[in-house]
Design a binder for this molecule. Structure first.
Ligand code: PEP
Ligand code: MN
Length: 338
């Protein structure tokens, strides 16, 4: 249930409604917009007679939200959520590019890749330190030593950092080294992990599970937001379909669908979506044209020697080329390149 306060309702009227809801045992999430405050009410809302709250002074209307997700829905927050990272606003006018290797392998590999992507215009450096590998025999990542390198490379080249955590115990150590915590596709429904990142106040990049519906994805975001962490960035990374030519099938339609249903920013990862370097650039262009708020792209200084996802990693010169193309596409969709 959502309670929409009147425009310019005074603070004490808003607080009176919140206090009554809290007294009755509901969780209240407040969204303060430019000219209106909206209260998201979570709990056994079926027991509320909406007329009681409609009669409260300062209340404009009480809306029963039919979707099962509430805090992530546009009804709760009509304006876009803008997640601020490294002087950029993800979900605002800017299109923000995040790039880097699939996995952090060693210092020269990371620093050389970081230098190249920063020079080309990436604002956030990616790199996995704990890797969800399909095979237990594949390289599993450098762990905390990798995160230290990631932070150092980000600092050196003026980029924020994003890296994945796979379990609750990794959150605390990661907080020091990352600006955005990534939850991978395989963990999109790891509800305990989602609740735990919801207790932090770090931005979270939530990848779509490879067989998750949009509703399941928004409910996963809801787990994070229910803990009070509203800084969630959704990332479409391709879903499994009957098509085997590409690693996954990029669901471009998820971009406008999410933008209708939710206020959260949505970015696209064309690298995991296609699994093939030659398909990454066209899909990156299409994603931005369709309205994505950013891109997450794998780039490796020497993809042929990469320990993970080499075939889908761009060469640094490809990435420069892509950024040049984005300089044309981004203004055409009335955005700016972050
Ligand atoms: C990644 O970004 O490194 C990754 C493993 O992606 P996904 O969770 O989308 O497979
Ligand atoms: Mn990868």
């Amino acid at each position: 249930m959502v309670i929409v306060m009147q425009k310019a309702a005074p603070e004490e009227k808003i607080e009176r409604v919140m206090a009554e809801l809290t007294r009755r045992g509901f969780d209240v999430h407040r969204s303060t917009g430019a000219d209106q405050t909206v209260l998201g009410v979570v709990g056994d809302v079926a027991s509320i007679d909406s007329r009681e709250f409609e009669l409260f002074d300062g209340v404009q209307e009480v809306v029963r939200v039919s979707e099962p997700y509430k805090l992530s829905s546009r009804t709760f927050r009509p304006e876009n959520t803008i997640v601020k990272v490294n002087g950029c606003g993800i979900g605002g006018k800017e299109v923000v590019v995040m790039a880097g290797p699939c996995t952090i392998e060693n210092e020269p590999q990371l620093f050389e890749t970081a230098r190249a992507v920063a020079r080309a215009g990436a604002k956030v450096l990616r790199g996995g330190a704990w890797k969800p590998r399909t095979s237990p025999y594949a390289f599993q990542g450098m762990g905390i030593e990798g995160l230290k390198l990631l932070r150092a490379a980000g600092k050196e080249f003026g980029m924020a950092t994003v890296s994945e955590v796979m379990e609750i115990s990794q959150i605390e150590p990661a907080l020091e080294y990352v600006d955005i915590i990534q939850i991978g596709a395989r963990n999109m429904q790891n509800f305990n992990l989602l609740s735990a990142v919801g207790q932090t106040r770090k931005p979270v990049l939530l990848k779509r599970g490879m067989s998750a519906t949009i509703q399941e994805w928004l409910l996963a975001a809801e787990y994070i937001m229910a803990g009070g962490n509203y800084q969630v960035i959704l990332c479409e990374r391709g879903i499994r379909t009957f098509e085997t030519y590409t690693r996954n099938t990029l669901d471009i339609s998820a971009i406008p669908v999410i933008q209708k249903l939710s206020h959260l920013p949505i970015i696209v990862d064309p690298s995991h979506a296609t699994g093939r370097r030659d398909k990454v650039m066209p899909l990156a262009r299409a994603s931005v044209a369709a309205g994505a708020d950013g891109l997450l792209i794998e780039v490796h200084v020497d993809p042929d020697k990469a320990l993970c996802d080499g075939p889908q990693s761009l060469y640094p010169e490809d990435f420069v080329h892509l950024m040049d193309e984005l300089k044309i596409i981004v203004p055409a969709v009335r955005r700016t390149l972050g």
